[in-house]
Design a protein around this ligand. Sequence first.
Ligand SMILES: Nc1ncnc2c1ncn2[C@@H]1O[C@H](COP(=O)(O)OP(=O)(O)OP(=O)(O)O)[C@@H](O)[C@H]1O
Ligand SMILES: [Mg+2]
Length: 235
Amino acid sequence: MTHVTTFYKAKGGVASTLSAIYYACALARVHGPDQVILLDADKGTRSVDKYITRRVKNHGFEVDMPFLVEEWNPNKGPLATFAVEVLKRIGPVKHLIIDMGADPSYAINAAILADTIIMPIKPWETDYETIDDLMSGLAENEGAKKYVLLTIVDRPRQGEAATARADITKKYEAKYGVTVLQTEVKKQAKYRSYHKNGDVPDELWAYEGVYAEINGGHMLDGTPFNLEMDLNPRG
Ligand SMILES: Nc1ncnc2c1ncn2[C@@H]1O[C@H](COP(=O)(O)OP(=O)(O)OP(=O)(O)O)[C@@H](O)[C@H]1O
Ligand SMILES: [Mg+2]
């Protein structure tokens, strides 16, 4: 069975595409490059192919991206049908990751397909008040594991991230079964130059943390996920 993970958001610019890419990198390191498909369902100015035309220089990858990429848009028919066709064509890979746009009429379809839903949220713009919108309509998918990933957490804003974390937990944990991941994606200056020089931020470690939290507590090198260590990472 292919495990479907949807990156699901109500608003653009929350680092969802980069998160989907790095999470796919993390999964591909464990399962192999032919076992992970990243389905770009939000093709636009900052879609997956804009990032993957750059080579991944770090972390031992020598290829453009160490996983398979497919593109969906509404002209290709219903998303679920397309996803099934892709899996028929390529074979039953271990992981399908969907980077979904903010348009709720499409996004809900990707969320309903998902075993795991990751909602990247910038904590300081009270984006988390969008969680009610994101979750309404998901009643049919009670079985999905639902996570909030706090992204682009600036050092001066760590306090706000802590407030957001507490608030989201209080408002949504019981209501929708949403868990806020302990791993936070830090704000990284390097991301700004990403298009220009193709660097992969060292921050890929953060997605190892996401991987560890979602997939049983071990980092990619097999060491147990240790919150204190991982929240004060290398460098
Ligand atoms: N951790 C980060 N620190 C700083 N900038 C970041 C970080 N993550 C992403 N960015 C920047 O934020 C912008 C949006 O990132 P990304 O394309 O991943 O987000 P998105 O939610 O998919 O946006 P879109 O609405 O365009 O689909 C990009 O310019 C990217 O370089
Ligand atoms: Mg995007």
